[in-house]
Design a protein around this ligand. Sequence first.
Ligand SMILES: [Zn+2]
Ligand SMILES: [Zn+2]
Ligand SMILES: [Zn+2]
Length: 160
Amino acid sequence: MVYRSEPPTHTIAEKLAMANETSSSSSSSLPVVHEDEELIYGSEPGWVEARTSCDHLGSLSADLIHIPTPNTHCNRCHHPNENWLCLCCKDVLCSRFINKHMLEHYQETSHCVALSYSDLSVWCFSCDAYLDAQVILPLRPVYETAYLLKFGEAPPFRTG
Ligand SMILES: [Zn+2]
Ligand SMILES: [Zn+2]
Ligand SMILES: [Zn+2]
């Protein structure tokens, strides 16, 4: 990510004052507002970079072509949403924001790599990080299969 290396020339209060002046004298205040939006997005605290490597892929299932459909319910509490697919044993379990069944599964079995059926992100509990399924080759097939099941078409990077 690229951060601004220099502080803004004006404070937010000054910019708002400028925007108000601009909008009262003419109809176009958009450039100033747009710049403020960029500043806000650039410092967004929730953003994390996905890892491009992981040392815990040795226990991945040998058959990740045949996986449960993305609308499968949690195997323990049958919650319909926010579920994860364990990429080691293909169990479908709910997220830490529902009843934490995937987290419990990791604590019980050490199966640490899971794919979200909500947004198809891949999480490694051992790395405590998201994994980039487009870069880490062992994760690509299951990502592609899940994407196909969820959206009915292959993901953009697919070559064959
Ligand atoms: Zn559950
Ligand atoms: Zn598992
Ligand atoms: Zn890992």
